[in-house]
Design a protein around this ligand. Sequence first.
Ligand SMILES: [Zn+2]
Length: 256
Amino acid sequence: MFDALRRWREQRVLRASSLPDALWREALDALPFLAIHTEAELARLRDKVVLFLNGKGIVGAGGHEVTPLERTIIALQACVLILELDFTLYDDFENVIVYPGEFVPGWEWEDEAGVVHRNDDALAGEAMPGGPVVLSWPDVAASADWDAAQMNLVIHEFAHKIDMVDGDANGCPPMPEGLRGEWQRALHVAYEDFVARVDAGEDTAIDPYAAEAAGEFFAVLSEVFFAEPALLLDEYPDVYRAFARFYRQDPAARAF
Ligand SMILES: [Zn+2]
């Protein structure tokens, strides 16, 4: 029933709203890694972007004013992850907050001994559990072109957001039971291997930041999965296959 209601609402939004062609083209041009999508996929992506922009606020903070193009570029990348998944994965937040540069979250947390810590490190992006995704615009812009940056901030943070739907960002997002065993085996083996390679000082093609934690491994490898799928297929084929089942996409097949 809820599904039917949601679909009805989505159809109503899609009939009532649209994205100007010029804006859509300009946003696609800013994200060259999306060129591997088929026209049919791009059309579905565009519908998702309309729904995203309708349902979420993308708001400036710290004096930053978000332009329509910036808004579209952010929404487009957020929707790449859920192109074949349900929008409910993004139900637990209302807003994306965009700063004019790196920001200091200033949040505090209490460790197991009851000591309160404060984080004063400047960040380019953050996905808050049960809260907004926070982004630095210059870092979004700098990572729009995968070939130049070899990273993608927006996909990274939204992968964390999906991971957090069932609790901590631990590299195991909510998924069908039938996939869980394959997922855990593939990611565990690959993560151990990757950490060992980074520890040994190897110059890895995948960002060594992925070795920080299982949650970062999932987020960084999700960037690679969407932006340079052949690399992930080459380095960790079992992870690629688990991701393809999870995201219900086969981006490496598009690339050839
Ligand atoms: Zn991260």
